[in-house]
Structures are given as structure tokens and as C-alpha cells.
Design a protein around this ligand. Structure first.
Ligand code: GLN
Length: 216
């Protein structure tokens, strides 16, 4: 078994790509780290505020948003994360990560907080329990003509999209399952486990653009 540690996961400075952190408090952060490294990013795991300062972009993985929220607060990460989002750090959230990025939550547990940033209302567990997980193909015009194969595992749905956010993909019944807003990207499903890399590529485009602007 491979163990990922907090240090850089790439092959060294000769291949240094954009520095992308994966929030590693809980959930499927290893899967994201592998996809990002395969796309040439310099990947690190983020568990402490100082580790957040070292990255040009951040992925918040799937998992359990109520637990991630509690751990983010326990690790003193909630405010640094909110500050980084407000300062324009590119952040991509999948499933629980999308919940973390939503401004407004429905069916949250008592006291659950999100980080916010995306002008959306997100309903947790909108498709039912774990055994009602499903897969489907989605049209995502921003990623080209080929449909995206999407896996939903106790996923959330974007119940309403405010004026600052843009839907990127919807189910056949019209329910929105992917959104973006400036440097923020969120999907109800898990591209990190299907071999679908276009969302990560799309996100890395935002990271590179921001890193270029910051360096200039
Ligand atoms: N239901 C989970 C939550 O509320 C999300 C599930 C997932 O990330 N696959 O956080």
C-alpha cells in the first residue's frame, strides 16, 4: 500500500507543475492526489494552516461534509480556508467538497457549517442513501462534446444557483450537479474515481492562471 505524506508527491523540481493541495482531513483525498499528480501538478496534502499557504490551488475531496467541517474547525483551518477562498484561491470540491463550498446548506446536521464561496443552495444526500448511489453520463459543454461519466455516492444536489454562480452540468430532470464561480468549481459526483480527468484539467487551468497572475 502506498502511503501519502504531507510532503510533495511529484517526482521533483524538474517536473514542478502548479502546486495543488488536497484537503486531507477525511475522505477520498488520495484519489484526488493521484489524479492531480498524473496531470503534472505538484501535489501536497493539507491539514494545517501553514500547508495551505504553500499551494496555488486546493481540492476538497468527497467524504462526509459534517465530519470535514468539524475537523476543519478542530485543526484551526476553517478561517484560513475561508480567507483563502475570499482571496481568490482556486478550489475544486467534489461531493462533500461541494457541500463545503456552498453558501447555503439544506439537510445539514445540527450546527454544521460550510466554508462558503459558491453562491448556491446545496441539499445534502439529495438522492437518498448509499445504496441509491448511481452512475450516469452528463453533458458538460464547458469540457467538450464527449459526455462525462459521473458516479454519485450519497451526493448533494445544487438546489438553486444564485446570480454569481454558473451551472456546468445538469441531470436529465434539470437538477444541477456541477457549478463554477470564478476560481471555484464544484461537482456533486466524483471524477477522481472514474478515470475522468477533464474536471481536474479544467481546475488546473484556473490554478495555472492564478499562479501566473500572482507571480507576475
Ligand atoms: N453525503 C456526504 C456528505 O454529506 C457526501 C458524500 C460524498 O462525498 N460522497 O458530506
Amino acid at each position: 500500500m502506498t502511503t501519502l505524506r504531507s510532503e510533495s508527491l511529484d517526482a521533483g523540481p524538474a517536473q514542478a507543475g502548479p502546486r495543488v493541495g488536497v484537503l486531507a482531513l477525511q475522505g477520498d483525498f488520495r484519489e484526488h492526489a493521484r489524479v492531480l499528480a498524473s496531470l503534472g501538478a505538484t501535489v501536497s496534502l493539507v491539514r494545517r494552516p501553514a500547508e495551505l499557504d504553500e499551494v496555488d490551488g486546493l481540492v476538497i475531496p468527497g467524504g462526509e461534509s459534517s465530519v470535514m467541517d468539524k475537523l476543519a474547525r478542530a485543526y484551526g483551518l476553517q478561517h484560513p480556508l475561508r480567507d483563502a477562498i475570499a482571496a481568490g484561491l482556486p478550489v475544486y470540491g467534489t461531493c462533500a467538497g461541494l457541500i463545503m463550498l456552498a453558501d447555503t446548506l439544506r439537510d445539514a446536521i445540527a450546527g454544521q457549517e460550510s466554508l462558503g464561496g459558491l453562491d448556491v443552495v446545496v441539499r445534502r444526500n439529495a438522492f437518498g442513501s448509499q445504496n441509491q448511489s448511481f452512475e450516469t453520463d452528463l453533458e458538460v459543454p464547458a469540457l467538450g462534446d464527449a459526455p462525462v461519466h459521473a458516479v454519485f455516492i450519497r451526493g448533494p444536489v445544487v438546489e438553486s444557483v444564485g446570480p454569481d454562480a454558473t451551472p456546468l452540468a445538469s441531470l436529465a430532470d434539470g437538477r444541477v450537479v456541477a457549478v463554477e464561480q470564478g476560481n471555484l468549481l464544484g461537482t456533486s459526483f466524483h471524477p477522481e474515481i472514474t478515470g475522468e480527468h477533464r474536471f481536474h484539467e479544467y481546475f488546473l487551468g484556473k490554478v495555472r492562471a492564478r499562479a501566473g497572475r500572482t507571480a507576475a
